[in-house]
Design a protein around this ligand. Structure first.
Ligand SMILES: *Cc1c(COP(=O)(O)O)cnc(C)c1O
Length: 231
């Protein structure tokens, strides 16, 4: 097993150093430990080391873990959400990062109303073109967000993106910068019921750049738990 504590210390130290560059205090940065393919015991170990935010990309996998983890942590859905999985997703996730269509937003709102919950969401923006199938195109972001303002049980708290998988750091930085710019533009609209509080961007390979560009939610898997077994 990888040395969790050592990995985590290294990342937290890095966050501390880089966060100040973008004006955040280290405590204002949410580190989401991405636990896809990671076993329950290892997740519990991470929680014991201070992890308070858990990120999963599949509802089914998250459900199995959720029922086995009694510690009070925040659950983040970071992967694509199908409308037929919305009901259990709304039941367990504190923040859904991957809202990218009006249809999905409406279904989340409907299930949240039924469950008597205000579901916190982020809108996922696709800024890297063909790299990802998911995410709302930048051009459609305003119209989607305008629609979301009509919902009663859904609270939009920010934006999420995935950078392209490339060694070209300039390209990655450009994508993060675009997300930040977009969040400022949305903020300037003073949409009802919308707060651009969170920017969820940055993974193991690019979180330092993301921090420099204003991220305050990082989603880190392999940097904490080591390489994933292929699934
Ligand atoms: C897997 C995943 C991550 C974490 O990736 P690492 O490179 O292991 O840090 C972050 N965000 C999303 C959406 C993911 O699916």
């Amino acid at each position: 097993m990888d040395n969790l504590k050592e990995n985590l210390d290294k990342i937290l130290q890095n966050i501390k150093e880089k966060a100040s560059k973008s004006g955040w205090a280290a405590e204002e940065i949410t580190l989401v430990a991405v636990t896809k393919t990671v076993g329950i015991e290892e997740i519990k170990e991470a929680i014991a080391l201070g992890i308070r935010d858990i990120g999963e990309n599949k509802v089914q996998e998250a459900l199995a873990k959720y029922s086995n983890i009694k510690e009070k942590v925040n659950w983040h859905l970071i992967g694509h959400l199908q409308t037929n999985k919305v009901k259990p997703a709304v039941r367990i996730f504190d923040l859904i990062h991957s809202v990218d269509t009006w249809k999905l937003a409406q279904e989340i709102d409907r299930q949240a109303r039924r469950q008597n919950k205000i579901q916190k969401i982020l809108v996922e923006i696709n800024l890297s073109g063909e790299v990802s199938k998911y995410g709302c195109p930048k051009e459609e972001a305003f119209s989607l967000i305008r629609d979301i303002t009509k919902l009663t049980n859904t609270r939009l708290l920010g934006l999420m993106t995935m950078a392209p998988l490339t060694d070209n750091q300039g390209l990655v930085r450009g994508v993060f910068r675009q997300l930040k710019d977009l969040s400022i533009k949305i903020n300037d609209q003073h949409f009802n019921n919308v707060e651009m509080k969170y920017l969820s961007m940055g993974m193991t390979g690019d979180f330092e750049i993301a921090l420099e560009e204003g991220a305050n939610i990082l989603r880190i898997g392999t940097g904490i738990f080591g390489e994933r077994k292929v699934k």
